[in-house]
Design a protein around this ligand. Structure first.
Ligand SMILES: NC(=O)c1ccc[n+]([C@@H]2O[C@H](COP(=O)([O-])OP(=O)(O)OC[C@H]3O[C@@H](n4cnc5c(N)ncnc54)[C@H](O)[C@@H]3O)[C@@H](O)[C@H]2O)c1
Length: 279
């Protein structure tokens, strides 16, 4: 299970990409080589960020009720009100992070074809859950909850600084359920590649997340605002799970309000250990 990475989409900007490429791409090559030499199957945790930035920014989004929304009934190549599907065109820059993950995906496929390695690939939207060490660049669900509970500042960054940007969030245990289901019949699922995420029902804007965290912790945080958008940021990503659900029957079972409560409980119960890291 290759889930080691430098997982920040902002990594490498304004600096050498060597660390990122060595960690993400060469890391996967090292794992693939281990599997080739010693046997075993290979599950690769890829990312929604393999999809290019410009077409995601070009989606016809407008603010409504504290979040960006797509017009009802609107659709285009690989996108619709149900989210982004595996058919979303891949041409164009996608961030150094996304490029390392896409290159890794391609090598996973080549090892399958060349060496008969059995493989599973998941293009995940945002993953979250207790024990994720949230940082500003990665793991915003835990970061948001921790700053509400322990104190410390937060800010809405990019796209005007309103906190209207939207992501779908998948509980890591839901991802585990899918992995377990596929590992139980690996010959059947060998070579599969799916978009996997929380989907529309589990999508949330930062502004909406703030409201959920205030409710769960009973505390409010001073919220900053930075209108400028960072190079690799996108305003909207929601996974269209149609393909994985049709093929396997899997769909997310855990919702975002429950996830926020679970994270807040974990933060409260482990405060002495976690506050020095997350506050
Ligand atoms: N968190 C998300 O929203 C999200 C979304 C899509 C995909 N992913 C993918 O999920 C995986 C896990 O990411 P995460 O969000 O849990 O981040 P994370 O930083 O919590 O986990 C990454 C782990 O990789 C380890 N690691 C880094 N370099 C390594 C190396 N050279 N050798 C061995 N281990 C190394 C780190 O110690 C860390 O434990 C990554 O592959 C990431 O690309 C994450």
């Amino acid at each position: 299970l290759d889930c080691s990475a430098e997982p920040s989409v902002h990594a490498g900007y304004g600096a050498s990409p060597a660390y990122l490429i060595n960690t993400n791409l060469m890391g996967t090559v090292n794992c693939l080589e281990h599997a080739r030499r010693h046997g075993g199957a290979f599950a690769f945790i890829s990312t929604s960020r393999v999809y290019p930035i410009a077409p995601l920014r070009a989606l016809p989004l407008a603010p409504a009720g504290g979040r960006l929304v797509l017009p009802a009934g609107a659709a285009g190549p690989g996108w619709s009100g149900a989210g982004i599907s595996e058919d979303f065109p891949l041409a164009g820059p996608r961030s150094l992070y996304g490029a390392t993950k896409l290159a890794s995906e391609m090598l996973v496929e080549e090892y399958r074809a060349t060496y008969g390695l059995r493989t599973l690939t998941y293009r995940c939207g945002v993953l979250a859950g207790p024990w994720q060490m949230g940082k500003v660049d990665q793991g915003f669900m835990v970061l948001w909850a921790a700053r509400h509970l322990y104190g410390g500042g937060l800010g809405y960054m990019g796209f005007g600084g309103h906190g209207h940007q939207v992501r779908d969030v998948l509980h890591v245990e839901d991802l585990y359920d899918l992995l377990a289901l596929q590992l139980a019949d690996l010959d059947r699922w060998n070579g599969s590649l799916f978009n996997v995420g929380g989907g529309v029902a589990n999508s949330i804007s930062l502004r909406e997340l703030t409201a959920l965290c205030e409710k769960a912790t009973g505390r409010a945080v001073a919220m900053g605002s930075t209108p400028e958008t960072r190079d690799a940021d996108i305003p909207y990503y929601v996974t269209d799970n149609a393909r994985v659900t049709a093929a396997t029957g899997w769909s997310p079972r855990r919702d975002v309000p429950g996830l926020v409560e679970e994270i807040c409980r974990w933060l409260a119960e482990n405060r002495a250990r976690l506050e020095p890291i997350l506050a």
